[in-house]
Design a protein around this ligand. Structure first.
Ligand SMILES: CC(C)(COP(=O)(O)OP(=O)(O)OC[C@H]1O[C@@H](n2cnc3c(N)ncnc32)[C@H](O)[C@@H]1OP(=O)(O)O)[C@@H](O)C(=O)NCCC(=O)NCCS
Length: 155
């Protein structure tokens, strides 16, 4: 990312510390090969909490969206999130990180689908090296026009 395009996002050299090389070396992982890349997004300064890290609720909203992508192919209509079964914030998310969301279905029930989501950050000025920041499991339910659970027709 060039300095000019970063600045246009409100992310500047002075507003975002460069990646800590010790952290990047210690936590660097490979991206999963058993999950699909469903979303990429860069958090903005407006998404920060009082510590200056990204607000957990913002991350949860992105994970909810990312997790719904694969189930949407199965439910063929409306669906709703019924449960966040697990949510782990393993590392902080920072302004300027490039976040990559990977997802895979772990269970298909009668009316519900459970998905595992993993989120990886490329720190500002350490792009190309990935740190796992979040993992979560969510369940989505296919619903009808009245908002009641609807059977998923497996294909
Ligand atoms: C989703 C909703 C329609 C489900 O209705 P319900 O009467 O609880 O449905 P059921 O008890 O029949 O369960 C439906 C499915 O959800 C699953 N489910 C229900 N509660 C669950 C829970 N706490 N954790 C995991 N799965 C759950 C059931 O196992 C079932 O799956 P299956 O048919 O594949 O076995 C209803 O709970 C709802 O409208 N919730 C609000 C959804 C919403 O607004 N989400 C956004 C939050 S901001």
């Amino acid at each position: 990312m060039s300095t000019e395009s970063s600045a246009s996002l409100g992310i500047t050299e002075s507003s975002v510390p460069a990646a800590d090389p010790t952290e990047t070396r210690a936590l660097h992982v490979h991206l999963p090969t058993d999950k699909e890349l469903v979303l990429k997004v860069i958090p903005m300064p407006a998404d920060c909490n009082a510590n200056g890290d990204i607000f957990g609720g913002w991350v949860m909203a992105q994970v909810d969206l990312a997790g719904s992508v694969v189930p949407a192919r199965y439910v063929d209509g409306r669906m709703a999130t019924v449960a966040v079964n697990q949510f782990i914030f393993k590392q902080p998310v920072r302004v300027g990180d490039i976040l990559s969301f990977f997802a895979a279905v772990t269970r298909i029930g009668n009316t519900s689908i459970t998905v595992q989501v993993e989120v990886f950050a490329e720190r500002f000025r350490a792009q190309g090296r990935y740190i796992k920041v979040t993992e979560a499991s969510l369940t989505y339910v296919a619903i009808d026009d009245a908002g009641k659970p609807r059977k998923i027709v497996k294909t």
